[in-house]
Design a protein around this ligand. Structure first.
Ligand code: GLN
Length: 342
């Protein structure tokens, strides 16, 4: 049997297993329960985001061995936005190593909004890579012989995580760039302090490009599963991130991934996650699975309203909180197995 045939067969076996698994029912239940929720507001700072359908809703779980479970609109494409931040941070770690990156971008939560104009002037760096200042400084660390090479390295990295070629939506990119005055101000402020190099205009362009990468809910789950699996994409078998760096991405996602709700999220949900303004959330249950959610209406802090609800419930029901001890409820792992018929 050729390699392609055997991976087709694996995919088929996984599909059959997941069709008979309790998790499929669980996700359907969560979808039906939270679809009628009408709270929140779709981001409208650029026209492309304002066009999103507030009723669009998808949930996907991909296990570390590549099984896929989903409910809802999991193929609907949207821009990755801030969800790109931990992944670009991972690439910066691979290019420069932990200590150099830490000298340029801190790892302390700010408790402030993602686009706050705050910098750690004592240590002369932005607070963390999940807020815009830190993300722009992180983009500045992405090397390449010229701008096109820097962009193509980012695209190649996202493609490895998603297991398919991803692309930048040019219309969103042009809008992000045309309206990104605040990010530009943050970039120039960092340049003033010597926190970034004087190619800041180019690094801002790179940041706008990374935010405009198109993904769907299924992609987010595969990206999460790649981190859950130590950096290897479980669907393609390709490595997307050196294993030694996975824990740094996850710890920052847990402490800073959900904007100024990150502390409460770590307390209540306890799953390393990252949200984006288009309504996506990626979450990682280390060693187990990645979870992707898409639902565009956002709460006041910028997190997907339905997304928060689904994660709160999943965490409670299956004891997914990172610091859970002695959970006596149903095991999440058991939800992947085919249900017994007798
Ligand atoms: N493009 C947005 C910005 O930089 C992305 C932020 C987000 O997803 N919160 O403002």
């Amino acid at each position: 049997m050729s390699k392609a045939d055997s991976s087709d067969l694996d995919a088929l076996v996984n599909k059959m297993k997941s069709a008979a698994s309790p998790l499929r029912t669980v996700l359907r239940e969560l979808y039906d329960k939270y679809l009628p929720l009408r709270d929140g507001k779709v981001a409208d700072y650029i026209p492309e985001l304002a066009k999103a359908d507030p009723g669009s809703f998808g949930i996907t779980v991909v296990t570390k061995d590549g099984q896929v479970f989903s409910a809802g609109d999991v193929k609907q494409q949207f821009t990755i936005q801030s969800i790109s931040k931990p992944f670009v941070f991972g690439l910066a770690l691979e290019m420069h190593g932990r200590d150099y990156v830490l000298s340029k971008v801190g790892v302390e939560p700010t408790g402030e909004a993602f686009n706050a104009i705050v910098l750690d002037e004592t240590s002369n760096r932005p607070f963390n890579p999940m807020v815009n200042s830190g993300a722009v400084a992180t983009a500045d660390l992405i090397e390449g012989k010229d701008f096109p090479e820097r962009v193509s390295r980012l695209i190649a990295m996202f493609s490895r995580y998603c297991g398919r070629p991803v692309y930048v939506d040019n219309t969103v990119f042009m809008s992000e760039r045309a309206t990104g005055h605040r990010n530009r101000a943050i970039g120039h402020l960092m340049l003033n302090f010597g926190m970034v190099r004087d190619r800041i205009e180019e690094s801002l362009e790179l940041y706008f490009q990374q935010c405009s990468m198109m993904v769907n809910c299924h992609d987010l789950a595969v990206m999460g599963a790649t981190l859950a699996n130590g950096g290897v994409n479980p669907v393609t078998g390709e490595r997307a991130l050196e294993q030694q760096y996975v824990k740094y991405l996850l710890s920052i996602m847990l402490s800073c991934g959900m904007y100024d709700y990150a502390g409460e999220w770590a307390y209540r949900v306890g799953i390393p996650s990252k949200s984006g303004v288009a309504g996506g959330i990626v979450a990682v249950v280390p060693g187990v699975a990645g979870i992707g959610i898409y639902s565009p209406p956002l709460d006041a802090k910028g997190n997907s309203v339905r997304g928060i609800k689904v994660f709160e419930e999943l965490s409670e029901r299956f004891g997914l909180h990172a610091f859970e001890t002695g959970f006596t409820g149903p095991s999440f792992l058991d939800q992947f197995k085919p249900a017994r018929t007798s």
